[in-house]
Design a protein around this ligand. Structure first.
Ligand code: SF4
Length: 249
């Protein structure tokens, strides 16, 4: 059975060999490296999820978020210390977390009670294909659903097209899980720059389903999963086992 998510499809499109490495747990654990930005993003996401999941409404404020960040950072202190390297760098990221929490709390998205956080539904499209993925949050208001995804990195003007398919994929999943509600909006919330990108609901979810099935077929039939050089090769964790780069040594 093949298990797909928007990020797996994006990885396959970028480079089939990288997809192979990412989906093989042994290779992934051996070569995947954590970067400060990646770990920082995970910490912020974890805090914002716990902010709703584990905190009562009256306790949802800046101090709660700040403490959540501190607790999560200290919980894995050795690992975090190694990744963030030195005190100055740690202080820089702690300050950035405070900035992003303030942006979040000032926004209308800090209000309300999410229907879902983090635990996004899986959907068995066929006996051969399971769909899933990680989405930050879904709100339900007036019988309409809003999908919200937090971004902690920089807003990239030219990278926005990539998100359209990802958001359509999640909209498709949500309509399978909650057929009684319509997905009204899909939001990307850039906490670093206090920028919100809003996408309308997809006009044709049958087309989205068709697209997903096509990707699944392509991946299933790709026996070789060859490397494909691309603009992100220099940041790829699998360069040392990638034939395109080994040849050049
Ligand atoms: S280095 Fe480039 S070509 Fe090689 S696996 Fe990574 S992304 Fe693919």
């Amino acid at each position: 059975m093949i298990k797909l998510s928007p990020s797996k499809i994006a990885t396959y499109k970028q480079c089939p060999f990288k997809y192979k490495c990412e989906t093989d747990m042994q290779i992934r654990l051996a070569y995947r490296k954590d970067t400060p930005d990646l770990v920082f993003g995970n910490l912020i996401h974890g805090c914002l999820n716990d902010f709703y999941k584990r905190t009562k409404k009256e306790g949802r404020n800046f101090e709660t978020l700040r403490k959540l960040f501190e607790t999560k950072f200290k919980y894995n202190f050795q690992k975090h210390n190694k990744i963030f390297k030195n005190k100055e760098n740690i202080i820089k990221y702690v300050e950035e977390s405070k900035k992003q929490f303030k942006v979040f709390l000032k926004s209308k998205f800090s209000e309300g009670e999410p229907l879902l956080t983090e635990d996004f539904p899986k959907y068995q499209l066929s006996s051969e294909l399971e769909l899933g993925g990680k989405f930050d949050r879904v709100d339900l208001k007036d019988n309409k659903l809003t999908l919200i995804d937090y971004k902690t990195g920089k807003y990239k003007e030219d990278g926005q097209n990539n998100y359209e398919f990802q958001l359509n994929f999640y909209e498709y999943l949500l309509t399978k899980k909650y057929p009684e509600y319509k997905v009204d909006k899909k939001i990307l919330f850039y906490l670093k720059e206090n920028k919100i990108d809003e996408y309308k609901s997809s006009k044709d979810l049958n087309q989205v389903e068709e697209e997903i099935i096509n990707y699944a077929e392509t991946i299933k039939n790709d026996i070789e999963l060859k490397p494909k050089r691309n603009s992100l090769c220099n940041y790829c964790d699998y360069q040392e086992i990638c034939s395109l780069f080994r040849k050049n040594l």
